[in-house]
Design a binder for this molecule. Structure first.
Ligand SMILES: [Zn+2]
Length: 243
């Protein structure tokens, strides 16, 4: 069984008491744990669900800080709190984030640059990346393990499709930053666009995420469900999904 746990889901900045983008993906058959995006607030929440010293990999979608800045807390904890005596954790990310970290991560993180169309194996999970429609190089990712497939859009405008992550997605975790009234205001998808791309990709389930904190969750979910043609879940911290 593959599981997805939401560690943070606020779009572009954390709202009051919230956390920006971050997820935990686990293959229970093979005991593989992946921290997928590490936005502000997500390291605190990660520690509620797993021992950070047991991570098999960290995957970062792009260099906007709402997707990786909690790496700094992880490195500090590893250095001073966790009694770090293991191999460095592989960090799969587009180039550029390591230089922005501003912190010595030697012995704790093992950086590996990835790009559009590339793949990787992490324990029992296979990853495949696809560059999205977003400012800096941004990588959506398909994660497969335990006979299930999860597609994560990362951040993207509407000129990229979840279809780029292949067929047979059991769950699409797609950004829906705002409602259709805001389309064109950012390089992001509205809930309508998220529902539509998930339908085109033939995803079995849709979870929308990266909601701007001032946009009502109910409006985003309803709009996405109408476009998807089926039930849609709105990501919330602590929510989990089994694939
Ligand atoms: Zn973002």
């Amino acid at each position: 069984m593959l599981t997805l746990t939401v560690l943070g889901c606020d779009g572009s900045h954390a709202g009051a008491g919230g956390a920006a983008s971050g997820y935990l993906v686990r293959s229970w058959t093979t005991g593989t744990t992946v921290w997928l995006d590490a936005g502000p607030g997500t390291f605190a929440n990660l520690q509620r669900f797993c021992d950070p010293g047991t991570l098999d990999a960290i995957v970062l979608s792009h260099e906007h800080t709402d997707h990786w800045s909690d790496l700094t807390g992880f490195v500090t904890a590893a250095r001073w709190t966790l009694g770090w005596e293991r191999d460095p954790v592989p960090v799969l990310a587009p180039p550029g984030i390591e230089a922005r970290l501003g912190q010595d991560s030697e012995g704790i993180l093992a950086w590996r640059a990835v790009g559009d169309g590339e793949g990787a194996e992490v324990g029992g999970v296979t990853l495949r990346f696809s560059r999205t429609d977003h400012g800096p190089v941004t990588l959506a990712v398909r994660l497969e393990g335990d006979g299930a497939a999860l597609g994560y859009s990362a951040d993207s405008g509407p000129r990229w499709s979840l279809r780029a992550l292949g067929t047979g997605l059991d769950l699409a975790l797609c950004e829906a930053t705002y409602t259709k009234d805001h389309e064109g205001t950012g390089q992001h998808m509205s809930a309508r666009e998220a529902g539509s791309t998930a339908r085109e990709a033939g995803a079995r389930r849709l979870v929308v995420t990266h909601r701007w904190p001032t946009i009502p969750a109910a409006a985003v979910r309803a709009e996405a469900a109408e476009a998807f043609g089926g039930p849609v879940a709105q990501a919330a911290v602590g929510r989990g999904y089994s694939l």
